[in-house]
Design a protein around this ligand. Sequence first.
Ligand SMILES: *Cc1c(COP(=O)(O)O)cnc(C)c1O
Length: 812
Amino acid sequence: METGYNRNVEAFREAEYPMLKDAVYLDHAGTTLYSKSLMERFTADMMGNLFGNPHSASGSSQLSTDRIEDIRLKTLRFFNADPDEFDLIFMANATAGIKLVMEALRECDGGYNYGYHRDAHTSLIGVRENAVSSRCLVDTDVECWLSGKESFVDEDTNSKINLFAYPAQSNMDGRRLPLSWASRTRQTNNSAHTTYTLLDASAFVSTAQLNLGDASRAPDFTVLSFYKMFGFPDLGALIVRKESGAILQERRYFGGGTVDLVLCIKEQWHVPKAQALHESLEDGTLPFHNILALDAAIATHKHLYGTMNQISKHTAFLARRLYDGLAALRHANSRPVCVMHSDGFSSTSALDLQGPIIAFNLKNSHGAWVSNTEFEKLAAVRKFHIRSGGLCNPGGVAACLNLEPWEMRRNFSSGFKCGTEADISGGKITGVMRASVGAMSTKSDVDAFISFVEEFYCEMIASPSETQVSVIPSQGHLFVDSLTIYPIKSCGGLEIPSDTDWEVRPEGLAWDREWCLVHRGTGQALSQKRHARMALIRPMIDFERGLLHVRYHGTLPSGLPKEISIPLSENPAFYSGVEGSRSISSRVCGEAVVTRMYGKKEVNKFFSEILGVSCVLARFPAGGSGFSTRHAKAHMQKHQRPKAISEPELPGAFPAPPTPPDSDSEVRKRPILLSNESPILAINKASLDALNEEITRSGGKPAAASVFRANVVLSPGKLERQSPYSEDHWTSLRIGSQNFQMLGSCRRCHMICVDQDNAEKNEEPFVTLAKTRRFESKIFFGSHMCHVPSKELTKEGQYPTIRVGDVVTVEG
Ligand SMILES: *Cc1c(COP(=O)(O)O)cnc(C)c1O
């Protein structure tokens, strides 16, 4: 049975949404997608008419004004709202509508009391900051208050005005809240108190029909964003029940467009526009092109999808399929793979209680959380578009993950913030994953996602960490196969010729990551993750002339020189021809460092034009700028700990469960961290060969060693047999006559998918690594290490070097 599923979508999907190509888009709660027809209709309207700034006398201006008023009515009609009962105020987005209500209410005598539901979006929560008192409510609180058992707020305030705000649908887990709360709220009004309702319909309207047909039962204020309904335009609205609209006139501010007359010399006086409510609230020039696009959006939407109710059924069918599919996934030991949060799906009358949004988390077969950010990385490589984290819904996320305020504060002070990497602390995960479907989603989108989760996250055999840990480390000989430095961070490598001794410094190989490219606006160091073309920017060092030459090995934008040169010397005297250089604080891998920017225009133009982003070349301070500038944080990972100290085995077929990562274990992992020394990155060809065998077996393209951007590639001698991944267990290395200490495995992101020869992106080796080298949901390949300086006063001690061909001895 496919009740409600709209097969037509499959027929027009490719033609109408060409941007989807092979992508699987499951973030309709973030924004849905605009259709080709919509964009074409909009363009035709723009090209076929002359639109002026509204509200003046010219024909072009009148045309804009007339169309805007038409569209205002059409939009009200879309929500079945009678224009005699409702007014619609165009806003930048839903948030702007919320703020407008707040701006008016805070001017009332005695201010306002504020109650907001726990499932509220952050944009609703902020309204509490201007309230005289505020309270976060759960369902039972709302019911208690609506049935008169409790007052709206706990404290006694002088205010007669209350504002009750809640989402029609949670943007976090898709729960639909009772629309009847609005009319029941109105019934509580008496001479002492008036409670206004603010309904946030942003998430709801994208896949459901908002029906304002009965004004007496409607919320006083309803906000929404149109991009969530149509994918375009970026525009929002505040729909006001006229009977309750007078309070909005309490707002003090006026702007161009909202007044009829303003006196400002000698007398200060103004006359607000009074004909229609929207006239006194729409400050400045309306976003009239966006409003015109809304006209096209409504028309194409109707043409493609019919009614909102049809979309509602279509998305409900898909969401149910997705929910059931994920909920059914089991590890071999029959533990569930997914922890599902969208509770509405457990009831049968799902349409009233549940929108097509699925919030969930993943667990491994031992019951430990899978990191959301790691899941997102892998999903991104496989072209799945989903959302993870706090989702701008702090109350909802905290409730479904049982996060206590003290835990959230602790997480915050230890560096967890919206959008940061680490997301598991004290055995709890700090965010959720969200997959949401929309009008143009199909069964194949949903099925592909379920298969993806199954393929990568269902553990059908003993977890890979166990297989790897049980490998007996081999302690045979290795050789240095190649040495590479990356003078400009994230740009092309420079291979050290085989007959050259290369200096090892406390901060790494000489001239490695000495420079970086920094975004002009944000100060962030650029990386291949976003700018794959950086791989084709290849530096060369010319010691004789004291210069770093840089060439671009792609198609050079016209007008750029073939090569630019930068002095190697840090001596300011050598910066001749450089129009000054200055220090700025920039961020490299999320850590603040002070770098010195080059002012020379040709240099920065060269990089900016090649990468298509405004950037400057910067140099790290002399002597290395510390650990963070070179590599991601290096420390021993759990999978590397010797088996002897790992947890005792549990009875049964499954290996010892890894303890859920907690803050204590973080500390235990770190004692060997030498924070002033930057590591050198080494990879082992034996491991690369093993990886490539796996990749070839599944039909993928083998990975070149260069994608791992190692400094040192180690290779077993011809007669040696090296176990792959034995480097996981090494504690120290001797290369030639130099000693190195191992600092831990290198955690990988999808940057290893960039082919360093042509800057093209591939799925491999990330996808296979994700299957074979994932530990605690992080992916590892290669090892960090640092040089251990010799105390002896020998030539080798004072000027330590290594070279290609050096013999490597391993201590396990
Ligand atoms: C998207 C969303 C918002 C915010 O909308 P903006 O367009 O960013 O103002 C608010 N609430 C809910 C429920 C949403 O889904």
